[in-house]
Ligand binder design. Structure first.
Ligand SMILES: NC(=O)c1ccc[n+]([C@@H]2O[C@H](COP(=O)([O-])OP(=O)(O)OC[C@H]3O[C@@H](n4cnc5c(N)ncnc54)[C@H](O)[C@@H]3O)[C@@H](O)[C@H]2O)c1
Length: 392
């Protein structure tokens, strides 16, 4: 194990949760049953990162510990890595050189947020984020956006928003392909190419269609093929082929500009949105905003073939402006934890966390970003209080 890893003792309200020397387990408080189900164990790499990433991840782990206790039958074994700006101050780089090899054996990576422009430039600190997604072929980025009862949307008549954005996460506009010549001169040229491959588009569309099958069976593919007639036209062609494999899913296309408008006008009409890297990025911020803001928005970067670990993280960054004040909203991280539970096949635990979040928000629990005055810890406590009653 890498030397920067250290065992984690979660600071729970109830110390029963802290048992092992690495991570915590529910073994101690479990009662023997007549036919014992084998305990499912999952190794989780905790990467809190910087700023509020550390604060919200700590709270999300507290919730996961409680739901583990309530549901039982599984244990999450954490190893925490202190990589980020503070690590760079000591070692000269934000992660050790072998960090990808270190992360490789884990079942999942749970990330807070990284970056702090006051300490290091973003292009330096954010490298691991991009490399983890790339190296572990986490080509599907999932960003659900749901307007929970009790949460105010900036829209006048928001309707029942409940959508999932599936963003292509490995190529497209964010493929590092291009260059600059004659830098700084009046005739400088910058070329930034998008890379769309048939295989890459096929796999993300198949993943999105399969996701739609678990929801309301509606898929909207976002392109801009009227203005980008090569790359985006490939998406159109592949959609025609792939939709034949999913005749039970209703599929349509929208241009990115129209989709932005429709997300404001009629967001309740969307179910699954699938888009290239750039469009998915932009539209998911919009979807996050109309459903209450970035403090509520979770995300998952998954490797659907499960050859590599997938990574779960709130959409937001490290928020240096509020870091250390204890007012960050932990819900995005908690819901990212629920996505991780679901990915690990722990559906009951995931559903329980979501229902507890829903209940807390409906009851008016709110941090300052939602117009309330709860601290990060108090908001988490409200979710934990609801876990017991949030059974199926
Ligand atoms: N995945 C990531 O790790 C990630 C994502 C985005 C930005 N970043 C990095 O984070 C740093 C700050 O970036 P930024 O300020 O542009 O974006 P940000 O998401 O950190 O913050 C934007 C605004 O939203 C608020 N905010 C964010 N999360 C919140 C929460 N949970 N509760 C309440 N308010 C919240 C912040 O206070 C700030 O006003 C930069 O270094 C950036 O590169 C990292």
């Amino acid at each position: 194990m890498n030397r920067s890893a250290r065992s984690r003792r979660v600071p729970p309200a109830d110390r029963r949760y802290a048992t092992g020397s690495i991570g915590y387990s529910t073994r101690e408080p479990m009662q023997p049953t007549e036919v014992a189900e084998p305990m499912k164990s999952f190794r989780i790499a905790l990467y809190p990162g910087d700023g509020i990433g550390v604060e919200v991840l700590n709270e999300a782990v507290r919730v996961l510990g409680c739901v583990q206790e309530i549901v039982g039958g599984f244990e999450l074994l954490y190893t925490q890595f202190d990589w980020g700006c503070a690590y760079a101050a000591r070692h000269g780089h934000v992660t050790p050189a072998d960090y990808l090899e270190t992360l490789r054996p884990f079942d999942a990576i749970f990330l807070g947020a990284i970056g702090d422009p006051r300490c290091l430039p973003d292009p330096v600190t954010l490298v691991p984020l991009v490399q983890i997604r790339q190296r572990f072929d986490q080509y599907a980025c999932l960003r659900p956006a749901k307007l929970y009862p009790g949460v105010r949307s900036p829209l006048r008549q928001p309707g029942a928003i409940d959508l999932l954005i599936v963003r292509e996460n490995s190529e497209g506009e964010y493929a590092v392909c291009g260059g600059r010549v004659k830098t700084g001169r009046p005739e400088e040229i910058a070329i930034q190419s998008a890379v769309h491959t048939r295989a890459g588009v096929q796999r993300i569309l198949r993943f999105a269609f399969a996701s739609a099958r678990t929801r309301r069976r509606r898929l909207t593919m976002i392109t801009k093929s009227n203005a980008l007639p090569y790359g985006m036209a490939l998406w159109d062609a592949v959609l025609e082929e792939v939709c034949a494999e999913f005749p039970d899913v209703q599929a349509e296309r929208q241009n990115a500009d129209a989709a932005a408008m429709n997300l404001v006008r009629r967001p309740e009409r969307f179910d699954v949105i699938v888009a290239s890297n750039l469009f998915g990025d932009i539209l998911s911020d919009l979807a996050g905003e109309i459903t209450g803001g970035i403090g509520l928005a979770p995300s998952a970067n998954v490797n659907p073939e499960r050859v590599f670990p997938s990574m779960f993280e709130p959409v937001h960054g490290s928020a240096p402006d509020i870091a250390g004040k204890g007012i960050a909203n932990p819900i995005a991280a908690i819901l990212s934890g629920a996505l991780m539970l679901e990915w690990l096949g722990l559906n009951e635990a995931a559903a329980r966390v979501r229902r507890a979040v829903e209940r807390a928000l409906a009851d008016g629990a709110a941090t300052p970003d939602l117009g309330g005055s709860l601290t990060t810890g108090q908001m988490t406590d409200r979710v934990i209080q609801g876990l017991d009653d949030a059974g199926a």
